[in-house]
Write a protein that binds this ligand. Structure first.
Ligand SMILES: O=C(CO)COP(=O)(O)O
Length: 252
C-alpha cells in the first residue's frame, strides 16, 4: 500500500514572517498520521521553517534545485545547500519552470539524478498544455516527460521518487481535471514506468495529481485507484486550506 502524500507548493508566495506564522499555526493542529505532509516553500523561508517544524511530521520541500554541487551558476541553489537546510523533497520540472525558465526534459533528468544522489526525493512534474490536451496528445506528452525524467535511474531510485501529474490547463484556473480522467492518465504513467523498469517499481512509485485541488475535491482524487496524493498551489497557502487538504486526504 502506497502512503498518501500531500505537498503544498507555495510558489513565489510568503515572506519569512508569513511562513513562520503559518508554520507556528499548523504545528498546533492535530494532523492525520496516515498522510505524508510536505510544504514546498521559497528558498528564503526554508531555514526558518526547518527550525519551527523540527520534531513535527511536516516535511520540507524546495521548488527547484541546480544539478551541480557548486559552481559559477549565478542565482542557483545546489542540492548540498538544500540538504544542509533539512529539506527532504524538491519539486523538479514544474510547468511554470518549463514555461518561463527554459527547463527541459534533459535538465529535469540531470536535476532528478543530482537530487537523488544527495538524498533528496524528487517530485517530478509532468503534464500537457491545453493545446496538447485538445490535440489528444496527453499520453504522448506524459510518456515523453516521464521516460526522459527517469532515464538512467535505478529501480530503487524511481521507487522513492514522486511523480506529479499536473495538466497545465488545470493549474491556477479553478478548473481541475475530473478524478476519473486524472486517474486514467496517472494509470497510464504507471504503465509507462512498468515498461521502462518493471511492475514492482511502477506499483511502488507514488503519483500525485495537481491542478486546482481544494479541500472540497481532494478526497475524490485520493479515492481513485492510482492517485496517491496531490501537489497543491493556491489552496495550500492558508492554514485552513492546508489543514483541509490533509483532512480530506485522510478520508478512506
Ligand atoms: O501548480 C500547482 C502545484 O504545483 C497547482 O496549483 P493550483 O493548486 O493553484 O492549481
Amino acid at each position: 500500500m502506497r502512503q498518501r502524500i500531500i505537498a503544498g507548493n507555495w510558489k513565489m508566495y510568503k515572506t519569512i514572517a508569513e511562513a513562520e506564522q503559518f508554520a507556528n499555526a499548523v504545528k498546533q493542529a492535530e494532523l492525520s498520521a496516515t498522510v505524508e505532509k510536505v510544504i514546498c516553500a521559497p528558498f528564503t523561508a526554508l531555514s526558518a521553517l526547518s527550525a519551527i517544524l523540527k520534531g513535527t511530521e511536516i516535511k520540507l520541500g524546495a521548488q527547484n534545485v541546480h544539478f551541480a554541487e557548486e559552481g559559477a551558476y549565478t542565482g542557483e541553489i545546489s542540492p548540498l545547500m538544500l540538504k544542509e537546510l533539512g529539506v527532504d523533497y524538491v519539486i523538479i520540472g514544474h510547468s511554470e519552470r518549463r514555461q518561463y525558465f527554459n527547463e527541459t526534459d534533459e535538465t529535469v533528468n540531470k536535476k532528478v539524478k543530482a537530487a537523488l544522489q544527495h538524498g533528496l526525493k524528487p517530485i517530478i512534474c509532468v503534464g500537457e498544455t491545453l493545446a496538447e490536451y485538445e490535440a489528444n496528445e496527453t499520453e504522448a506528452v506524459v510518456r515523453r516527460q516521464t521516460e526522459a525524467a527517469l532515464q538512467g535511474l535505478s529501480a530503487e531510485q524511481v521507487s522513492v521518487s514522486v511523480i506529479a501529474y499536473e495538466p497545465v490547463w488545470a493549474i491556477g484556473t479553478g478548473k481541475s481535471s475530473t478524478a476519473e480522467n486524472a486517474n486514467q492518465t496517472i494509470a497510464y504513467i504507471r504503465h509507462v514506468i512498468a515498461s521502462q523498469f518493471d511492475q514492482d517499481t511502477a506499483n511502488a512509485v507514488r503519483i500525485q495529481y495537481g491542478g486546482s485541488v481544494k479541500p472540497d475535491n481532494v478526497a475524490g482524487f485520493l479515492q481513485q485507484s492510482d492517485i496517491d496524493g496531490a501537489l497543491v498551489g493556491g489552496a495550500s497557502l492558508t492554514v485552513e486550506g492546508y489543514l483541509g487538504l490533509i483532512a480530506g486526504a485522510s478520508t478512506k
